[in-house]
Design a binder for this molecule. Structure first.
Ligand SMILES: Nc1ncnc2c1ncn2[C@@H]1O[C@H](COP(=O)(O)OP(=O)(O)O)[C@@H](O)[C@H]1O
Ligand SMILES: [Mg+2]
Length: 368
């Protein structure tokens, strides 16, 4: 039945003010939000980084384990990094790939931002390299090829990662890798226009140091560093003095020897030299990822089987029970997790701060 204009005019309608509208929106946002700090049991500290702490947590309703990355608002405010964390959350929520940690939830309270991620019980590659000292070329190839797949996916989505290093590469319980820490990743980068200096100095390519503009080739440079590090146990231009380090990155050739007289194949030297080309336009991978996948060092890699994770991994993390954190550094795991339980500022809102509006995310509500 049609309602005529005159009958509408006769209705007594109280106009909704914008203040009421905002209150209603806030109330609805609160009702929509289910996951908060209180949804998790905090089990262990497993890592620490630039802006906060990573904990192993258990979701109370499902019993599932996750990694909880806690980022202190006060620290990122001081360093004007809020946009980076929002970007980290947005990129993680966007990604859908076996080799990238999945973001399950994100939320905030007054003091902190929280990212709830896949938990990788094998720890990070840095810790594993530190324990083993060096890898055989065969094992390094298994890991390096997975890094190629991660970067291939990200670059195909126009995402540049910009902080590739063993600390950010995590080992799953099946021995395969997952990339974490998207704090420096940037989306919509299909040229070499970025001028900021970011990442970790030992993995900086020359174009980052000279600020001439960088893009996807930064990640292929870092891959060269990580391949070298897995085999030699140190980055190729290692020096604690930053001035000398940067000078070496810009000017020195790669030296393929260490004090243990490690011998490497010519194909290894060739791929590392080509990934560490000082000129980003000449770098392996810059023209296409196929240049890397077709390099003879990767001859024996079955890329399809690797991407389906059907090749047996050289190392399966020893995990006595699901919540075993022995693959993480004791400096972190010995810390008292109960400090994080006493966060009395917990509230289930994602609208209490303009700066982080829309920070709340629940992967089960993701539109595919
Ligand atoms: N999803 C995860 N599963 C297991 N460990 C993780 C996970 N995410 C991070 N970690 C551990 O916490 C450390 C710091 O996390 P990261 O995301 O790199 O923080 P930051 O941005 O502060 O560097 C990592 O090096 C790793 O050891
Ligand atoms: Mg990190």
């Amino acid at each position: 039945m049609d309602i005529s204009q005159s009958s509408l005019n006769n209705l007594e309608v109280t106009p909704v003010t914008s203040e009421q509208q905002t209150k209603k929106q806030k109330r609805m946002a609160k009702q929509r939000v289910h996951v908060t700090l209180q949804s998790f049991e905090l089990l262990n500290v497993i890592g620490e980084g630039k802006f906060g702490t990573v904990l192993l947590v258990k979701k109370k309703d499902s019993g599932k384990l996750f990694a909880m990355k806690i980022i202190k608002k006060s620290i990122i405010r001081k360093r004007q990094f809020a946009h980076r964390i929002i970007q980290e959350k947005d990129i993680l929520a966007f990604c859908n790939n076996n080799f990238i940690t999945k973001l399950h939830y994100s939320f905030q309270n007054q003091n902190n931002l929280f990212l709830i991620l896949d938990y990788c019980s094998g720890g990070d590659l840095f810790n594993y390299i530190s324990k083993k000292n060096t890898f055989s070329e065969k094992d390094a190839k298994f890991y390096a090829a997975q890094i190629v797949l991660m970067l291939e996916y990200l670059h195909s989505q126009n995402i540049v990662y910009r902080d590739l290093k063993p600390e950010n590469i995590l080992i799953e319980k099946n021995g395969y890798l997952k990339l974490g820490d998207f704090g420096y990743a940037r989306q919509n980068m299909d040229s070499i226009e970025a001028k900021s200096v970011c990442g970790t100095p030992h993995y900086f390519p020359p174009e980052m140091i000279t600020r001439e503009g960088h893009g996807k080739p930064v990640d292929w440079w870092a891959l060269g560093c990580v391949i070298y590090e897995m085999v030699f146990g140190a980055t190729p231009y290692d020096d604690s003095n930053q001035k000398i380090l940067f000078d070496r990155i810009k000017n020195s050739p790669v030296i393929f020897e260490n004090d243990k007289n490690k011998k490497v194949s010519n194909n290894f030297k060739d791929i590392v030299n080509k990934l560490l080309k000082k000129n980003q336009n000449e770098r392996l991978g810059t023209a296409s990822v196929e240049e890397i996948k077709n390099h003879p060092w990767f001859d024996k890699i079955d890329w399809v089987a690797l991407s389906n994770q059907t090749i047996p991994a050289p190392f399966i993390p020893a995990v006595k029970k699901v919540s075993d954190v022995s693959n993480f550094d004791a400096t972190f795991t010995n810390k008292d997790v109960s400090d994080y339980n006493n966060d009395s500022t917990d509230c289930s809102s994602d609208d209490d701060s303009d700066e982080y509006q829309n920070f709340y995310y629940d992967c089960s509500q993701k539109q595919l």
